[in-house]
Structures are given as C-alpha cells and as structure tokens.
Design a binder for this molecule. Structure first.
Ligand code: NAP
Ligand code: ZN
Length: 349
C-alpha cells in the first residue's frame, strides 16, 4: 500500500477537505498513474452531497482523470512509464457477461466498478476517485491520451465527452439532423461541440440568456430560451434528437413536444427526484424517451481519438483543490464555463 493525498467528503452535509488514502501496490496487470488533472462533474456533487442513494462515505470523487504512468505491473503491455493516460467513470467490470463481451462494460450485468463510491469486483474493496495524487487501475480500463491537446482540457472528455459522444453515435447523428441540447453546462457544451462536428444542425435550449454568445462560439447554430413559453410552442415538432443534460427536476413533457415524428429524447442528467411523463407525450408522434450511461472502454478510446483528430476539447476553468467547495456551489448556480478542472499539483504542495 502507498499512502497518497486526497480530498474527501466525510458526510453529505460536510464540505470536502484533505484526506489520506491507501492505494494498492500495482499488481501484475495494473498501471499506477500520477494524476495531473481531474475534471469536476455534477455527478461528483450529487454523490458527495448524498443527493443520490448509496454514497459510501468518506467519498473521494473525480472520474475525469488525466495523468502520467508512474509504475506498471509485470504483465502490462499497452503502457510504459511516462505515457499520458486517462481514467473515466469506471475501473473494472466482470469481463464475461453479455454486455462486457459487447464492450458495454458500463452496463455490466454483475455490477460495474465505478471509479468512486463503489466496489471493486471482489465486492469488498471501496473505490476512491481522482481528487487524489495517484490512482492504480487495471490496464484494460486505462485510456490512451494524445499529447497533441492541452491535457487539462482533455480531462473532461473522460466523462462529459464520452457521455455525450455515445448517444450521438448510437442514434446515428448525421449531417443535417436537427439536434437540440438541453442545459449548457459540462455535458451540454461537449454535446454542442460533438454534434456540430458530426454535421448536425444544433440548437441550444437553455434557461440562461447570458449563455447565448457562448453557445454560438461552441458551435450551436441556434439558441432558444426554455423559460419563454411562446418560444417553446414555436419549436413544437422540430427535432430528430434531444440530448437532455439538466441536473435538476424539470418537465420532460415540455421537451418531448419538441420532437418530430419518431424523434428520440436521450436523458443524460440524473435529477434526484422522479419525473412524470404523460403517455400522450410519447404516443403522438411515436416518440421515444431513452437514457444513456457514459460509454464503454472501446468507445471511450474511439471518442478520445476522434477528439484528438478534430481538435475538440472542453472549455475549462482551472482551480486548486482548496477551491473545490466553491466550485461545487458555482456549478449548482450555473456559474461554470464550462467545466472546472482541478490542477492536482495544488494537492501535492
Ligand atoms: P452542469 O455542468 O451543472 O450542467 C447542468 C446544466 O443544466 C446547467 O448548466 C443548466 O444549464 C441546466 N440546469 C441546472 N439546473 C437547472 C434547473 N433547475 N432547471 C433547468 N435547467 C437547469 O452538470 P453536468 O456535469 O453537465 O451534469 C449534468 C447532469 O448529468 C448531472 O445530473 C450529472 O449527474 C449527469 N451525468 C450523467 C451521466 C450519464 O452517464 N448519463 C454522466 C455524467 C453526468 P442552463 O443554464 O443552460 O439551463
Ligand atoms: Zn461525470
């Protein structure tokens, strides 16, 4: 075991603070990574603040990890010391269920091992995430990261990037498709960039008028306010695909009405409370309401390679680890442009 510095929430109603953590010595198939940057996802906040059931305290959040390989196990073949690598939302899965066999480890039938507040496959060892100086991860769950792009801006691709890339691919977004993105935050800004890069006609649906200029800069072709009811009515029956990234309770029916016949609305945001859907919102127009969870390892690598090729990164604001609680508050109030990323050097000092 090696003791490393970290930041943890000890309880739902306590701010995050310094914490010491034991990382295992790298086993034969493990890669030990020195973490350089870690993005701040709204899921970190939901988990740390106990908004979803099942948080294991103390929790060290963070699943948008980029760093350098520090040590490798004797059987590791894909990586060598000094390589730039990433780790996303999960660190292991059973490897033999039908979903794992189809590169859909995130839907592992025996329970995926999430990067934090979860258990390894022994179902006993608790996982701790990227708000720490080092992490040890099985080689097959480590991603290759190109050195071509700024690493701090690549970190958010490991969750916000893959979570939006995966449904855009699955629902086969192509040139000319009308795609709407709801909520301009971490996931939302990546959805806009990626959908635009695939040739879609992208509309940003937001409650925040001050974000209109940014939406355009990020690649949205249109910006529409969701707080204006007349505006919402005007858009009825418009979109082939809606990507919903909103983190708080909101009325799905209002957005379903904006879909064309056979249109699909993908829920990515995870509001803590349930939401009611009218049967008629789906029946008229044969509309679908679906969900999507991050993406498998193979697809995450494909997304990272795609982003390197198309020079797509996240718009980030770099913070020191001791600014994390303030960053959480600012994210909740919508004051994030468009992802906070922790410079992990601030934890080492
Ligand atoms: P974020 O940066 O906070 O962005 C969420 C955006 O939603 C806000 O910027 C805001 O956009 C909008 N919003 C927030 N509160 C709202 C409210 N009360 N009413 C209407 N709109 C509101 O969060 P994120 O990191 O992108 O994460 C978004 C959600 O996705 C979270 O629930 C997170 O847990 C979830 N998530 C899911 C997956 C998955 O695999 N499915 C992966 C990662 C994260 P506007 O100001 O533009 O309206
Ligand atoms: Zn996330």
């Amino acid at each position: 075991m090696t003791q490393v510095k970290a930041y943890a929430a000890e309880k739902a109603d306590k701010p995050l603070g310094p914490f010491k953590l034991d990382r295992r010595e790298p086993g034969e198939e493990d890669v030990e990574i020195e973490i350089l940057y870690c993005g701040v996802c709204h899921s970190d906040i939901h988990t740390a603040r106990g908004e979803w059931p099942g948080t294991i305290y103390p929790v060290v959040p963070g699943h948008e990890i980029v760093g350098k390989v520090n040590r490798i196990g004797s059987n590791v073949t894909k990586y060598k010391v000094g390589d730039t690598v990433g780790v996303g939302c999960f660190v292991d899965s059973c490897g033999h269920c039908s979903n794992c066999e189809e590169d859909l480890e995130q839907y592992c039938e025996n329970g995926v091992s999430a990067t934090y507040s979860s258990y390894l496959q022994d179902k006993k060892t608790i996982t701790y995430g990227g708000y720490s100086t080092h992490i040890v991860v099985k080689e097959s769950f480590v991603l290759k990261v190109s050195d071509k792009l700024p690493l701090e801006a690549v970190a958010p691709l490991l969750c916000a990037g893959i979570t939006t890339y995966s449904p855009l691919k699955y629902w086969n977004v192509k040139k000319g498709d009308k795609v709407a993105v709801v909520g301009l935050g971490g996931l939302g800004h990546m959805a806009v960039k990626l959908a635009a890069s695939m040739g879609a006609d992208v509309t940003m649906l937001s409650r925040s008028p001050e974000k209109a200029k940014d939406a355009e800069r990020l690649g949205a072709h249109h910006f529409e306010l969701t707080t204006d009811q007349d505006n919402m009515k005007k858009m009825a029956g418009t979109f082939n695909l809606i990507i919903d990234t909103v983190s708080a309770k909101h009325d799905y029916n209002e957005y379903l009405a904006l879909l064309r016949t056979n249109g699909v609305m993908v829920i990515l945001g995870v509001p803590p409370e349930p939401e009611m859907v009218y049967a008629t919102s789906l029946i008229f127009g044969r509309r679908s309401l679906v969900g999507s969870l991050v993406g498998g390892i193979k697809e995450t690598q494909e997304m990272l390679d795609y982003c390197a090729e198309h020079e797509i990164v996240s718009d980030v604001e770099i913070i020191n680890i001791d600014q994390i609680n303030e960053a959480y508050d600012r994210t909740i109030s919508g004051d994030v442009h468009y992802r906070f990323v922790i410079d992990m050097a601030s934890l080492k000092n």
